[in-house]
Design a protein around this ligand. Sequence first.
Ligand SMILES: [Fe+2]
Ligand SMILES: [Fe+2]
Length: 155
Amino acid sequence: MISEFLFRLKLKLFLRNFPIILTDDLKTNISSIDIQHKKLINQLNNIYYKYINKTNGVFMIDVFQIYIGTLEAHFNSEEAELSKLFGSLKIIGHKKYHDNLVDNILTKINYKVLKNYEHSISFFGMRNILEFLRREFMIHIKSDIKLINKLNGEN
Ligand SMILES: [Fe+2]
Ligand SMILES: [Fe+2]
């Protein structure tokens, strides 16, 4: 159908930053962390691919919940890994940043998806959430790299 084709084309144009590519400059060089970052990026890309092919709200809620679960598991594992390498005192600020990010994401997703979109999700609502998750995740990776470089420099 032409209208559906145009809808998908429009969405692709709005989400120019998708699919996300994990370029070398986004690697921390701690393999366990990089593997998890790649997994999270793949999940965001899958949400993007699924969304441009299907706009079922119930389906979207599931994928967001899976993403948040993986993100929280990543934060816990990253905190353990960095504590082991550099000592827990050095990562207190980063841990706090993780906690705040999870809170912000849950607030945004709960508001936009779980409460407002029981059966379907608006074009702009979805675009905003995907862009928000992508942006926050890129900021997260960059903050990991900055912290790891700084702590490596101190050692
Ligand atoms: Fe990370
Ligand atoms: Fe982190």
